[in-house]
Design a protein around this ligand. Structure first.
Ligand SMILES: Cc1ncc(C[n+]2csc(CCOP(=O)(O)OP(=O)(O)O)c2C)c(N)n1
Ligand SMILES: [Mg+2]
Length: 324
């Protein structure tokens, strides 16, 4: 854990709040899925919260976030209303996309959260396009484009890296390396051994960071955003992390060894940061309890809001479709 001397207690508690909100929100999602309130696909981000909390709240309002289907954490950290996010997961009319997008497609233009995408790597060309728009506007805005390790095998990754470099675009391509793409270990499906070095042939600077340590993520991203915002072009980041749940709710994750899971659980970013704040930063139990209570109430309210919301009207079936 990096020492955060420059951070105020409020900033540190905010980082904790972001991680805790994602954790509690997603635990509620799992529960509501078991109750049949959330249907279809549900991919949980539990274990990877330090990445979203460390990288996103630092961004400017004019910046963009675009991501994959494991998108709840990114949307919440970007400031999406948890009520609208939960209602979207429930498929209700009050959801961020009127209940028609669902878990894999959280999108909210009002906070420049440009959506989760289900096609592995599909968000990369879109992110590059957003970065072109940022460059044309010339307002120092940038794009943070999250990908999973599974996207590294897709042509879109290489096309996107190439165009971002050739056009010197303000984009951070951020790989959340959680060691697996569905049930496939990265080491068995990717020829490259050091993921962060995959940026080298494109002349894009890169770094590998600890995605379980919120302060490590944050301090790395301060440097990365400074580079990109000053017109020096794209950056590639690899963060090492672990998803504690299976690929989706229907995956019992039997391809992983229990010892491996136990080892990563010792580094669980939420309790680890809780202990760090208590032990090293002089934050009190009462202050942390207050954040926990606030987050619990927020998530409980989101579930109630979603549950009480109406389903979309049948007339909505063909609306919001390009060409309709
Ligand atoms: C182009 C494409 N190929 C295959 C799939 C099926 N698929 C869905 S998720 C996934 C694994 C992606 O893993 P990764 O990028 O590592 O993300 P993680 O789930 O680990 O966060 C695959 C192969 C897909 N959605 N799109
Ligand atoms: Mg993965």
């Amino acid at each position: 854990m990096k020492v955060a001397r420059a951070d105020s207690k409020t900033e540190l508690l905010d980082l904790y709040r972001h991680m805790k909100l994602i954790r509690v929100f997603e635990e509620a999602c799992a529960q509501q899925y078991m109750r049949g309130k959330i249907r279809g696909f549900l991919h949980l981000y539990i274990g990877e919260e330090a990445i979203a909390a460390g990288a996103i709240p630092l961004m400017q309002p004019q910046d963009y976030v675009i991501t994959h289907y494991r998108d709840h954490g990114h949307a919440l950290a970007r400031g999406m209303d948890p009520n609208a996010a939960m209602a979207e997961l429930f498929g209700r009319a009050t959801g961020s996309s009127k209940g028609k997008g669902g878990s894999m497609h959280l999108m909210d233009g009002s906070v420049n959260m440009m959506g989760g995408y289900a096609i592995v790597g599909g968000q990369i060309p879109l992110g590059v396009g957003l970065a072109m728009a940022c460059a044309h506007r010339g307002d120092e805005s940038l794009v943070l484009c999250f990908i999973g390790d599974g996207a590294l095998n897709e042509g879109e990754f290489h096309e996107g890296m190439n165009l971002a470099a050739i056009w010197n675009l303000p984009i951070v391509i951020f790989c959340e390396n959680n060691l697996y793409g569905m049930g496939a270990p990265v080491s068995e499906v990717l020829a490259a051994k050091d993921i962060y070095k995959m940026a080298e042939p494109y002349g894009i600077p890169s770094m590998q960071i600890d995605g379980m340590d919120v302060l490590a993520v944050r301090s790395a991203m301060v440097e990365v955003y400074e580079h990109v915002r000053s017109g020096k072009g794209p950056y590639f980041v690899e963060a090492l992390a672990y998803r504690f749940r299976g690929h989706s709710m229907s995956d019992p994750a039997e391809y992983r060894h229990k010892d491996e899971e136990a080892l990563w659980r010792q580094r669980d970013p939420v309790p680890t940061f809780h202990a760090y704040l208590l032990g090293e930063e002089g934050v009190s139990e009462a202050e942390l309890d207050a954040v926990d209570a606030e987050v619990d109430a927020q998530v409980e309210a989101a579930v109630e809001f979603a549950n009480a919301s109406p389903e979309p009207d049948i007339s909505e079936l063909a609306s919001d479709i390009i060409g309709s």
